[in-house]
Design a protein around this ligand. Sequence first.
Ligand code: NAD
Length: 383
Amino acid sequence: MADEVLSMFQQAAAEKEIDTSKKLKFGIIGTGWIAESHIIELKKMPDVEIVAGADLIPGKAEKFFKTWGVEGARCYPDHKSMIDNEELDAVCVCTYNKTHKECTVYALEHGIHVLCEKPMSVTTEEALEMIEAEKKSGKILTIGFQPRMDANMKKIKEIVESGELGKIYYIQTGGGRRRGIPCSTFIEEKTAGIGAMGDIGCYSLDMVLNAIGYPKPLTISGYKSAYFGTNPKVLSEYDANRFSVEDFAAAFVRLEGDIILDFRIAWAMNINTPGDTVILGTEGGLRIPSTDCWNGTVGGPMTIYKQVAGSQVEFEIPLCRNEGDAAKGLFYAKLRSFIDAINNGGTAPVPTSQIFYNQAIIDGIVKSAECGHEITLDLPDIK
Ligand SMILES: NC(=O)c1ccc[n+]([C@@H]2O[C@H](COP(=O)([O-])OP(=O)(O)OC[C@H]3O[C@@H](n4cnc5c(N)ncnc54)[C@H](O)[C@@H]3O)[C@@H](O)[C@H]2O)c1
C-alpha cells in the first residue's frame, strides 16, 4: 500500500534519446532458443538493423527470420560464411557453449563487436583465447549476463561496497531445482560441454563475485555428478542416454583476499533448494533468498544481520523495482547496454576481465572433480 501511495509522487523517467542517424548492422550467430530473446529486443532498437543470421542446421535461420518478421535478413550455414560475406558492426553469439569461442574469436578478428551468451566458454583456455582476440581487435566483447542489469543484483554490490558487512570472509552460494533438467542441446557434452554449472551455476557465481569485486580464485576442490540426468526414471530413455554433462556440482574455492566460496548447483536433487546465498562479513551478514527454480533472480527481500550497541538485530531490504532500461526488461537492458557502449566508445557492460574468473572456477571444478583432489589455479591478472 505504502509503495502504491509513494509511486503516485514519482516522476515518470524521461525516455532516453537514441541517435538513429546511423544504424548498426547486426548479425545473429545461432538461431535457436535464446536467439529469440535477442531478436525480440533487437527489433525494438531504432539504431539497429538486423541484416543476417547463421545456423548450422539447414533452413533454421530462414525459418527464424520468417517467424520474427525480419524481411531481407540474409541467411548463412555457419558463422564464417556470414562474417566473410557481410559488413557487420556487431554480432550476438547465441550458439551452444562449445562454439562460443570459435564464433567470438572469428568475429573479433574481423573487427566486429561481440555480445557472447553466457557462459563465456567451456574451458579457461578458450576464455583466454577470446580475451586475446578481444585485446588485439580493440572491439567490445561483453558476456550475456542479464541478471547484472537487475536493480536487486546492483543492490547486493552496493551493500557490500557500503562497508556495512565489514571484511567479507565467507560466501555460500548456488541454487538449484528439485527437478529441472532442460532437455535440449544443454545436456550433451558435444554441444554444451558443461551442464548445470554453465546454465545456472554461472549466475550464482556472478551474483556474489561481482558484489565483492571479482577476486582471483586460487584453489578449488570440486565435485560433479550426473545421477539424475542419466537415470531413465527421471528423464526419458532417449534423453538419459544422451545425457553427458553434470546435473550437480559443488566446490570449496579459496579466493584472493582470504575469502572462502562454498558453492553448489543442481538441475535435479532430492530437496527443494540447496539453500540461500549467504555473505558473511566481520560487521554483518547478508542473506539473499534463493528460488525453487534458480535462474539468477533474487527470490525475495534480503536480510542484513548486525550487532548494534550489543544487540543482535536484523533488517530487511525490500525487493527493488527496476528503472530505466531495466524496467523494459533485463534482456532489453543487456542488448541496450552493449549497443550504447559501441555507439559511445564505451567499455563492455559485463567485461571478460571479470567473467574470466567465473569461467575459471567452473573449469577448475571440472578439472578438480576429474582428478579427485584439490587443484591450484595459476591464473593471469586480466586488465
Ligand atoms: N542469457 C540467458 O538467459 C540464456 C538462456 C538460455 C540459453 N542461454 C545461452 O545461449 C546459448 C544457446 O542456447 P540455446 O538454448 O539457444 O541453444 P540452441 O541449441 O537452441 O541453439 C543454438 C544454435 O546455435 C547453432 N550453432 C552452433 N554453432 C554454430 C555456428 N558455428 N554457426 C552457426 N550456428 C551455430 C546450432 O545449430 C543451434 O541451432 C547457450 O550458451 C546458453 O547457455 C542464455
